[in-house]
Write a protein that binds this ligand. Sequence first.
Ligand SMILES: *Cc1c(COP(=O)(O)O)cnc(C)c1O
Length: 404
Amino acid sequence: MSADFLPDTRLPESSRPETLAVHAPQPEIRGSRPLGVPIHQGHVFAFESADTLAAAFESPDAFLYSRMGNPTVRALETAVARLEGGADALSYASGMGAINGVLLALLSTGGHVVAQRCLYGGTYALLTDLAARWGVEVTYVSGTDADEVRAAIRPETRLLYLETIANPTTRVSDLPALIAAAHEAGVPSCVDNTFASPLLCRPIEYGADVVVHSATKYLAGHADVLGGIAVFKDRELHRTVRHHAVEQGAITDPFAAWLTLRGLQTLPLRIERQSASAAELAARLAAHPAVAEVRHPSLAGHPDHAVAARLLPRGGGGVVSLDLAGGREAGKAFVEAVRLASLSVSLGDVKTLVMHPASTSHRQLDEQALAAAGIGPGTVRLSVGIEHVEDLWTDLEQALAKAL
Ligand SMILES: *Cc1c(COP(=O)(O)O)cnc(C)c1O
């Protein structure tokens, strides 16, 4: 390896300390390459000619100003686009940034969206806001019936919005059938693939036009960074949404992109372990007297078990939801009794997390509204981490004993 130290401008030999302090030389490494992606923290890039700078405005692969593109962020976009089998991707500051960016770029006043009823809370709130303030109309469907989608589509329908695995019900959308129903009417589709990750399901293979992720969850995986990604089946749509993203400015910081890239390297190992442990724990929970019902796509009694066998052959993901027989009090007692698992709202982390929606995230809802969201008073969501499955079971068992 040899490093040539390049002055960042054509610095005159006679430069004084005041000038030298500003123009630090930068190493240009030749003959080897860093195995870790470098963090390009610099937000602005210098050019030799006005024409190359002008051309850079048009290309996502030329770097002039980091809101329009940054080499570390671009490395993340390229990596996730390849994992999802898409043409290109856009990285955002958070999952909601990505979802907001895609919806605002593809919808306008008078536009209509067909969306799955059981959605991530933030997405549901965003659609409600778009409806109230911007005149976007939304029709909610079950996410399991293609004819329902056909019936909901109107001439002004601009988007079908689905989630691969819904939260916290773990219902699995029949992506190929629903996306095909939308395509028959020329309507593009967007799938939130956060819960499955591209290791378990690649919605673009089933025709999805856009795939969004909260990279905060499985992609990054270590509870240390917020991020969002939108992956596009074709370059045209990428160009349209990128144009909006540059205006929106909800871009990824290079360090956040670097952390996500680092997490991504172990995603296959994490998701394999998390999926297998979740399936094992779901089976054991289903046989426990304190538990009334367990939902995980791997269970034979799951309402979408057949769809999951087709779409998620490598595993049903790391999220399990269960209903404690003792209802609300039992749910609260359980999440307070776990020791290895943590009471936390997120998911997809290397550490196991538990959550009792009725007493926390959904505390304002009455029993009827909870039921409509697919949540019971004793529902607990478990995001299984990468700890040893027997240690997890020991913890869950002692917590269940306090929730009887
Ligand atoms: C967390 C989450 C989001 C939002 O992502 P943030 O990174 O928190 O903005 C969107 N969709 C799903 C399914 C999520 O779990």
